[in-house]
Design a protein around this ligand. Sequence first.
Ligand code: F6R
Length: 367
Amino acid sequence: EKGGYEHFMLKEIFEQPKSIHDTMRGRLLVGEGIIKMAGIWDHIEKFKNANRIIIIACGTSWHAGLIGEYLIEEYGRIPVEVEYASEFRYRNPIITDRDVVIAISQSGETADTMAALKLAKEKGAFIYGICNVVDSSIARITDAGSYTHAGPEIGVASTKAFTAQLTILTLIAFKLGKHNGNLGNADFMSLIAELDAIPKKVEDVLSSTHEQIQEIAKDFVNATNFLYLGRGYNYPAALEGALKLKEISYIHAEGYPAAEMKHGPIALIDENMPIVIIAPKKGHYDKIVSNVQEIKARKGKVIAVVNKGDRQVSEMADYVIEIPETSECFSPIVASVPLQLLAYYIAVYRGANVDQPRNLAKSVTVE
Ligand code: F6R
């Protein structure tokens, strides 16, 4: 049932071209120039009149939510807040019937997310679910929602569910932007055409980086710490890269917005500190170049994720992983794939049980 792969996690990483495509199927109609999402369309007035959107989630789904904030604010121009479900539910949040609350959950059973949603519902918010498991508790309690069609995710570390969540959030952002006029028709058309091509780009990244990442991973089997840095859309991608590594390899890893480095983490950098830096052309590239200079001045080991043909960062980096160029909003999808592979191979070489990491459960039904 692992389809010839050694672990479910690897199988699920390689399923992403299909799971992203399945998540868009029937929704992204490029020929007709529309995004069809009944859950949004049937309640479009709720979204249109919303004071703000609050996204609640835990773990990897929370990282997807952070990227959702960039997407929905950029294209939908609706204020978004992203909260850990566990914090939201216990801090007496201010919620009104003008708020739209979106819960993101692969399992649809996460206790904290469920409790946070119940609270929001009691206070009159419109609640929307982005779940992978059909008919799960969260899918049932929400007023409306959109399923990610990632298929069953067995590996405890979330991979294909995450990129499917990003796909749904992208569709929602574009749909809201188109509807409220913030996204003009020409931009909308070119963005949806680009989204349609993302599964192919993910497939290209998988085939072009798979062997190389196995080689890179060998050099970091004995690492004790890792830093992951990114800016803008790729700041949450850095958090997610770090989470993947720590949960399956048990190497301590921290994700940071790259510019925050000089407010603390830079003190950690020496020749023993590996730093994964996500540096696509369209994501504050010049700023990232100076961050890499600062790291190299302190002899940190740089593993850079860059666009094909990159020069400036690549010349300074110790390891270069190339991803295809995309608009910035799609870069976390494409950049996350090699980071999943890197975490996977480092964990495998350390002899860790990647599908069932110690102390973790696939769905956290207790708080
Ligand atoms: C990380 C991971 C967890 C989950 C979190 C939320 O790889 O699997 O951090 O993302 O427990 O789970 P769901 O999405 O099922 O609510």
